[in-house]
Design a protein. Structure first.
Lengths: 314, 1159
């Protein structure tokens, strides 16, 4: 790559392209550049935080809120204070969808419904313990960096631009922005994972108990709700048809088997070839099947030949 | 109604039981060669348009034979179409179509090669006719003259003619010259065979005297006659021939001339066409009185006793006699074959089938190759057709002829019951010891005279195996019968012994090599008894030699002996002999075994002569016996010089179990721990529900993990299923949490039950709440670790309900999640349980199976492919050669099984063919052919259909590349779905297997020794980058005693148990795959390797830049190519070095080096 080209690449398509340096490690003793793509956040639907948010693409896999905070502290000095960092993942998407959804204000919800929502929320929190100390981000992930205010963001972006330009320019006294990761890695990461996957009995038992009690309460609440709305016309006078939750399961597998046996017995008594036409049709069917089978075989041979040439002894 | 009448008549015919099998009792009329039922069908469809063929005509001898024959042919054409649908005449449609293809390839056609050969043959013939006669001369004079004038030696057989012989040698113009052999009769195979043309030169009667059949006199004269022709050809100025001597089929009594064309000669046609001409002297059919040279007569009188008073008392010389008769019979047999091919439509094709079948098994007419070649095949068939219509009938199709001939070979022991085509009285009740007899009475020659006892056993075994294969109604055995080569000694034999010919021969003894071999064969058979199924000898073959020299045998030539063993008996330690009271037998036993024989008292009170072998490391009992027998009966020198190759598994497999005597021994500890745990669990009070099943699901519990279980191997998985109950919740997630609660309860109960159990609940699949969430790691008192999961079969129903719900009630995401969860559920619970059970049974049935599987897994691991395959996939790959061994037998050693498996993988066309294994076959073997519980035709068809369906929905093979099914899991994608392995890896597997097969071929070609280890060598040169792991650091972490200050709660005696299932490398690779799965493929040896190698995905190299590209990039200016960007944007180039930097950082102290390859 020619050096004049390098100089021209600090900004493209509205993005500031900021090279950061991965520090050399004993296993890989090379300084390598990693590129961050930054610009002001510009979502289709803006919210309160939009003006003070910076959109960063291609963050390293071991990025965390603290490491990003540290990075901007070094870029913009004390003025680029980061409030929080949101990494792109499922939760991010959902959160945005939820926040975009219109809030049903003014509709007074019934007591049961409120309780239902509460219980659901409680179940969410009663999850099994986390098994990783730090989550890794997939390659090329995006992040939203929310600054304290709009001016902090502007300062940070401008400083990044300046820095990027200087780094791209290269030369002896070019600045260097080193990436400092705060994540545990190597054996430590996996030891902690091993430890976390085997939580103490007490810890596990309590979260399970919470979940299962809540689940039971929720189930009974829902049954009550369903019973109440059963056959009751709503405001428009319509009755919602609900199905009862009893499933037609045979009492036992033995009973199911007996039923099948009875059906087979009946079939056997009459026999499949009771009428002459049945026998005739069966024979015709067989002939047809033979023919189809033959054609199928011919086709298979043709395919085989196409795949690996003609049949030849090795 | 006419048809009704016809119908009745037809039904009254005796109907053969199986149209596919040629009937073996009763003569079948040619008109009835189609199964009668089929005709019946036809006529009913045509509603009675039956007329001409109603009168049964005997067209064999009848006057209307020709006309009938034509009608028969026409009729066949119609009926063939009908037959084809049913596969009655051929095995199946598929088989028939493939056969047609094969015959098309192999059938001779008239082309430029044939034209040029014809021309050369004509020239030769004319030339021989012009050779001038010579005067009769005495033996020494004649020999000297030839050597002096023409520099041509006379290829006299051993012993050479006596100096004082009172008969004269002479050359006279041949009485006839005939082109004979398969070239003339258009039965040669164009594929992969050198084309030989036989020029039979018939010596005139005037040359011979009445008594010339005695004492090699005929053969001396024949040799001189041949030398005369050779000298004339060599000294010819008009033609330039490359003439050399050779032995016809390796028979030392039959020297012949082999002609190839010298470069620069005028007839260079042959050089190009890969063909040669053999000049074979013969004599008049009635030259010598038949009864004098019948097989049971003696024709070689001992020296000095020429006028023996009573030659009847001398031992018969069957080989000599047959060689003499064979010289007198070529034209008679040619005529016989010619007649058969005119008389029987399928004959030519059946001969081609036979040729191909023999070739693929390395069988041939020469004595070294077994003495049963194409000529023998054709003449056997012709003889049977002519004289045994209950075996072969002219109405048979080519396939039926082929199969019936194989059946004849397989089912009849021609050693104890000699076959004589007709007039058996003139041959008496004569048997030839351990050699087969098949006499064509017209010529009187024993067609199998070149077949030695060992070759006969091998031929019969090949025939038996093929008959079984062709009787297989479910699997298409076309490939194993005609396509696959089965002549590699490394694949075919369990043990191979090489004895230098030079050492075996005793100096100064009259015993020929063959006699010596025969003795060795008998000794080995006797000593190994039921340990061995087959012992074959391959003698060094005679090459051609120059006409001015004498034949010389290669000093370094070696005899190769192959053993096929019965693994159940082969490694038995004690050999029981006769009881001490049977004096004569006991003496013989002692004499045979020498010092090793001893008198022992056994548990049952019997006192027997016996031999007891020791269990030595590295040398199996079988090898000990073979070497001992060699030493005992053939001297120490022979034993020293010989080389026995057997199983090399020992060096390659860790932790024992390679010994076929007790392959499952290293697994027994874990299995008994499992059984104890099962019993303890079942006997516990206070369980919330009754236990229904406890099942093993782990490779370690089915004898198939590379490492035998120990406290450091990963936990062995098992599943527990409770009785059904209405108290289970009806929500997937709640079910998972309930299971965790049950596990906690179980863990409490276990600790209460016995303090020596240590149980710990672990969490898994945390990101997928509807999948199994937890397991219980149980450390048993014996320090084995088992991992228990709870199986609840309601999950299937609930997941299926989600999947089948109408679209408006679910989202695509939840459907995907459910589909994923369902396949995870199946591959955790029901599938491995059934597989484990079936495989454990098979492993006890086939002693070599367990080490063979472990060896194959080791091979996959060495080539860094193991983690890409489900263990079950590899196990099914290894099972095939045991359950479907055709064209071999069931392997007796893991090495043989492993090599055959590699060969099968190399041949596997996985794009279009499923790999299918039928567990039921194990029982078929046991029940002696009575199939039960095997796969049905429709089940196999289902496997094929499923593969086709997958290829239709997923032509790029991104989800399913391989289709590996078994009789208990007909869904071929069960173990291979979701890129297990991806198509790249599958391709690499095939490439590596092919390379291995090439290597084995190289050993075979160079007569080298087996070095199994080389197949496991793999380099990392092919990869883009290599991450080297720091084994020491990982080992330190595994051993928390030395250094683990961080987790104080794990300290103490339990700490080691608590580290069970700690697999940092595996998790590291899983992290990498999750992060970079789209841009790289990782290869690593999950069985303790210390390298992770990777390849970049070439499609991710450079792309037009966008925000969410999914991997780390660096910008470069857009290239000229408008596809790569434009509109002011730039191109994103994958930032490989940054990614490697990230990998190094993530690996931290586990990684010692990350290296990019230099390419």
């Amino acid at each position: 790559m020619a050096s004049d080209n390098r100089g021209a690449l600090y900004e493209r398509a509205g993005y500031t392209i900021l090279p950061i340096t991965f520090p050399p490690t004993p296993a890989y003793p090379h300084k390598v550049h990693h590129h961050l793509y930054l610009r002001s956040h510009d979502p289709r639907i803006e919210d309160r935080d939009t003006p003070r948010t910076l959109f960063v693409s291609n963050v390293p896999i071991d990025a965390s809120e603290s490491s990003i905070r540290d990075l901007f502290k070094r870029i913009a000095g004390g003025r680029g204070a980061v409030q929080r960092v949101e990494f792109e993942d499922k939760a991010w998407k959902q959160r945005h969808e939820v926040s975009e959804a219109p809030v049903h204000a003014g509709v007074k919800r019934k007591r049961e419904e409120v309780e239902e929502a509460e219980l659901e929320a409680k179940m969410e929190t009663a999850q099994l313990p986390e098994v990783w100390e730090d989550e890794l981000l997939p390659g090329g992930t995006c992040a939203l960096v929310v600054f304290a205010d709009k001016s902090s963001k502007d300062v940070a972006l401008k400083a990044s631009g300046r820095l990027a330009k200087a780094i791209w320019k290269g030369g002896k006294d070019a600045p260097e922005l080193t990436w400092n990761s705060s994540q545990a890695c190597g054996i430590e990461r996996y030891l902690s994972h091993h430890h976390l996957t085997h939580p103490t009995k007490h810890h596990l038992q309590s979260s399970i108990n919470t979940y299962l009690t809540t689940f039971t309460r929720l189930e009974s609440l829902r049954t009550r709700l369903a019973a109440r709305t059963h056959n009751v016309p709503d405001a428009d006078g319509f009755v919602t048809v609900t199905r009862h939750a009893h499933h037609h399961r045979p009492a036992s597998s033995a009973a199911a088997q007996a039923a099948a046996d009875r059906a087979a017995e009946k079939e056997k008594k009459i026999g499949p070839d009771f009428y002459r036409f049945q026998a005739r049709e069966k024979r015709k069917e067989r002939d047809r099947e033979l023919k189809v089978g033959f054609e199928e075989d011919v086709r298979r041979i043709r395919e085989m030949r196409e795949r690996r040439g003609r049949v030849r002894p090795e | 109604m006419a048809s009704a009448a016809v119908k009745r008549r037809k039904i009254s015919h005796p109907t053969p039981k199986d149209a596919d099998l040629p009937s073996s009792n009763g003569v079948r009329e040619p008109e009835n060669d189609f199964s009668d039922e089929e005709l019946d069908e036809e006529e009913e469809l045509e509603s009675g348009s039956d007329s001409a063929d109603s009168a049964p005509a005997d067209d064999r001898n009848g006057p209307k034979a020709k006309a009938n024959g034509r009608r028969r042919a026409e009729k066949r054409d119609d009926t063939m179409m009908g037959e084809m649908y049913t596969g009655a005449i051929f095995k199946s449609n598929l088989f028939k179509l493939q056969c047609d293809d094969l015959l098309d390839q192999a059938r001779p056609r008239a082309g430029p090669r044939e034209a040029s050969i014809d021309k050369v043959v004509r020239t030769l013939r004319k030339f021989i006719e012009t050779i001038p006669d010579t005067e009769p001369r005495s033996v020494s004079e004649a020999e000297k003259a030839l050597l002096k004038q023409h520099k041509t030696a006379v290829p006299f057989p051993d012993p050479r003619p006596p100096k004082d012989a009172n008969y004269k040698l002479q050359y006279l113009k041949p009485s006839s010259i005939t082109v004979s052999g398969s070239y003339q009769t258009k039965r040669f195979n164009r594929v992969g065979e050198e084309l030989g043309v036989d020029l039979v030169v018939c010596m005139p009667s005037a040359l011979f005297q009445e008594k010339d059949y005695l004492n090699y006199r005929y053969f001396y004269k024949r040799a001189y006659y041949l030398a005369q022709i050779a000298s004339a050809l060599l000294s010819s100025s008009a033609h330039k021939f490359d003439v050399s001597y050779s032995y016809l089929n390796g028979n030392r009594l039959h020297p012949i001339l082999a002609i190839r064309f010298a470069k620069g000669g005028s007839e260079d046609g042959l050089a190009k066409t890969k063909s040669f001409i053999q000049i074979i002297p013969s004599c008049q059919p009635n030259q010598f009185p038949r009864e004098k040279i019948a097989p049971h007569k003696n024709c070689v009188r001992p020296r000095g006793e020429e006028g023996h008073a009573n030659p009847e008392k001398l031992p018969p010389t069957p080989f000599y006699n047959a060689s003499l008769l064979a010289d007198a019979s070529p034209l008679v047999l040619s005529k016989l074959i010619e007649g058969a091919s005119n008389h029987c439509d399928g004959f030519q094709d059946a001969c081609l089938f036979g040729r191909i079948w023999l070739r693929q098994r390395g069988l041939g007419g020469s004595i070294a190759n077994g003495g049963f070649g194409n000529f023998e095949w054709a003449s056997t068939m012709a003889t049977l057709l002519r004289h045994r219509s209950n075996v072969l009938s002219p109405g048979f199709s080519s396939y039926q002829l082929f199969k019936a001939t194989l059946q004849f070979l397989a089912n009849n022991d021609l050693r104890s019951q000699p076959f004589v085509s007709h007039n058996p009285k003139s041959f008496g009740t004569w048997t030839q010891g351990d050699c087969p007899v098949f006499i064509e009475a017209e010529s009187g020659v024993n067609l199998l005279y070149k077949v030695r006892s060992w070759s006969y056993e091998s031929l019969r075994q090949a025939a038996r195996s093929s008959v079984t294969a062709l009787g297989d109604t479910v699997f298409d055995q076309f490939e194993s019968t005609f396509i696959q080569r089965a002549d590699s000694s490394f694949l075919r034999y369990d043990f191979r012994l090489t004895v230098p010919q030079h050492d075996l021969l005793v100096k100064g003894s009259l015993e020929t090599l063959e006699e010596r071999c025969s003795r060795l064969h008998k000794t080995l058979l006797k000593g190994l008894s039921d340990r061995v199924g087959l012992i074959t000898f391959k003698l060094p073959e005679f090459q051609v030699w120059k006409c001015d020299a004498n034949p010389r045998s290669d000093e370094k030539a070696r005899i190769q002996i192959g053993f096929v063993v019965h693994p159940q008996h082969a490694f038995r330690l004690v050999e029981h002999g006769p009881s001490a009271e049977e004096k004569a037998k006991a003496d013989a036993f002692r004499k045979f075994w020498g010092n090793k024989a001893e008198l022992r008292r056994f548990k049952d009170g019997s006192i027997l002569e016996s031999v007891v072998w020791e269990q030595k490391p590295g040398v199996s009992v079988f090898e000990q016996i073979v070497l001992y027998l060699l030493e005992q009966h053939f001297g120490e020198a022979v034993a020293q010089a010989s080389h026995l190759e057997g199983d090399q598994t020992g060096k390659l497999l860790p932790g024992g179990g390679q010994d076929v005597t007790a392959p499952t021994a290293p697994f027994q500890g874990l299995l008994s721990a499992f059984t104890t745990l099962t019993n303890d669990l079942r006997s516990m009070d206070g369980l919330p529900l009754q236990i229904r099943h406890i099942q093993a699901t782990d490779p370690q519990l089915r004898y198939s993990s590379i490492h035998p279980p120990s406290s450091t191997t990963s936990p062995a998985t098992m599943t527990l299923e409770f009785e059904g109950s209405g108290r289970w919740p009806d929500s997937l997630q709640a079910i998972q949490y309930t299971k965790v609660a049950f596990l906690l309860k179980l863990s409490d109960l276990l600790s209460e039950h016995s303090s020596s159990y240590h149980a710990q609940v672990g969490i898994e699949n945390r990101m997928h709440p509807i999948e199994n969430q937890a397991y219980l790691d149980i450390t048993t008192p014996s320090h084995h670790i088992l991992r228990l999961r709870i199986h609840h079969d309601r999950e299937t129903a609930l997941l299926n309900r989600t999947l089948t719900q109408p679209p408006h009630l679910t989202t695509p995401a939840s459907r995907d999640e459910a589909a994923f969860a369902l396949s995870a559920y199946k591959s955790t619970f029901p599938r491995p349980a059934a597989h484990t059970q079936a495989l454990a049974t098979a492993a006890t049935r086939f002693p070599a199976l367990s080490p063979a599987i472990r060896l194959l897994k080791r091979w996959f691991a060495s080539h860094l492919l193991l983690p890409h395959f489900a263990p079950e996939t590899i196990e099914l790959l290894a099972l095939r050669v045991f359950l479907h061994p055709e064209p071999f037998g069931v392997p007796g050693t893991p090495t043989a099984a492993f090599l055959r498996t590699l060969a099968a993988i190399a041949r596997w066309d996985w794009r279009g063919e499923p790999w299918c294994v039928d567990f039921g076959r194990a029982n078929i073997e046991k029940n002696g052919g009575a199939g039960e519980g095997g796969m049905s035709k429709s089940e196999y068809a289902e496997v094929v259909t499923r593969l086709r369906a997958w290829r239709k929905v997923d032509p790029g093979m991104t989800r399913v590349a391989l289709c590996v099914a078994s009789s208990i899991e007909t869904d071929g994608a069960a173990w291979t779905e979701r890129g297990m392995p991806p198509v790249v890896i599958a391709g690499r597997m095939t490439a590596l297997a092919r390379a291995a097969v090439e290597e084995v071929k190289r050993w075979e070609r160079e007569e080298g020794l087996m070095s199994l280890g080389t197949l496991f060598d793999s380099g990392v040169e092919d990869f883009d980058f290599v991450v080297e792991l720091d084994a020491k650091a990982i080992a330190r972490a595994r051993n928390p005693h030395e250094e683990n200050a961080r987790f104080k709660n794990l300290a103490g005696g339990k700490a080691k148990d608590a580290m069970a299932g700690f697999e940092p490398v595996k998790w590291f690779v899983q992290d990498l795959e999750r992060l970079y799965g789209d841009i790289m493929v990782l290869f690593w040896d999950s069985d303790g390797g210390n390298k992770i190698a990777g390849l970049w995905n070439p499609s991710a190299e450079r792309r037009p830049w966008k925000v969410k590209i999914g991997y780390s990039t660096m910008p470069i200016e857009a290239g000229q190519d408008p596809k790569e960007g434009g509109d002011g944007k730039f191109t994103a180039l994958i930032n490989k070095r940054a990614i490697l930097g990230e990998i190094a950082r993530l690996g931290g102290d586990m990684v010692s080096k990350v290296a990019e390859s230099a390419k």
